[in-house]
Design a protein around this ligand. Sequence first.
Ligand code: F0G
Length: 347
Amino acid sequence: MGVIARYRERLPVTDATPMVDLDEGSTPLVESRNIAASLGLRRLFFKYEGLNPTGSFKDRGMCVAVAKALEAGSKVLVCASTGNTSASAAAYAARCRMRAVVFIPSGEIALNKLSQALMYGAKVVALKGNFDRALATVRELADSYPVALVNSVNPYRIEGQKTAAFEIVDALGEAPDYLLLPVGNAGNITAYWRGFREYHEAGKSANLPRMVGAQAEGAAPIVLGRPVENPKTVATAIKIGNPASWEGATSARDESGGLIEAVSDTEILQAQIRLASTEGLFAEPASVAPLALLYRLVREGRLEKDATTVVVLTGSGLKDPDVAIANVEPPVELDGDARSLAKALKL
Ligand code: F0G
């Protein structure tokens, strides 16, 4: 069952809204064994959003946005994307037999995300310039032409994405003390905060989490307090210089008593290897920015060790393997019989 069916009464859908789903959501909340132990944390969980049907959290909001677009009679979906939104929009368009036209910054997105959009049958337009420029362009398009814009400036995207907060509270029986996630265009932090607040108001949790956002150092407009003209980071998913939901992110941070900080590309790549090699969870670079920040917060004594912490792993590591494997030992070339292999491998 997808998120619309599961959380229907908390979403802006009616009997007139078509049911759209790819069985998204219901992702695992995996309890950390080894990172928690090494940091001395009592309860640390990973919300593994890479297990959504297109490999990222975008599917939660996309199904609602596409359902509402269909309800309104739209036939064409458009978006700008650093890769995951375009993959998700393309998949749901295919599912609903709609057209998708996706705009990506030329040469800037991970190959596997591009392959998804192409395979799902979207028209992929590579635009010169960065994500911020592509978003400005599609907003202009959507203002003047009969197309449905499915970036997170579409309020239905945020509505669908808030269901991840519901799932965390449903799984833990309460809200965590800290919720850490990456911040790019800032729709997701806005959505989680809304989800936690709504569940709190409905009496489903006694507390609210502190919202902790991670940006990449070279693409940290919210941390700096001003747009970044030429964002740079290895975490291409969050290579964004002027987030559309800026205000939503700062409200989530300030109302929850949280923080938004930047981590370096080196910290991101280290966290990616640690997560994969000690927990068996492979997440894309953007997704591990909050884990890199967690290491810092614990090291500096800014996060209580008996707190319940959830780190959202927003996208699968398989989205962008090239960047990851550049930093680990390559396969070894070996040949021979079992005996000589065993010797070489010290078995
Ligand atoms: N993590 C991943 C894997 C993402 O793809 C994104 C955003 C984010 C985090 C940041 O979320 O924008 O809501 O703050 N990707 C968008 C895209 C921009 O086009 O796929 P946000």
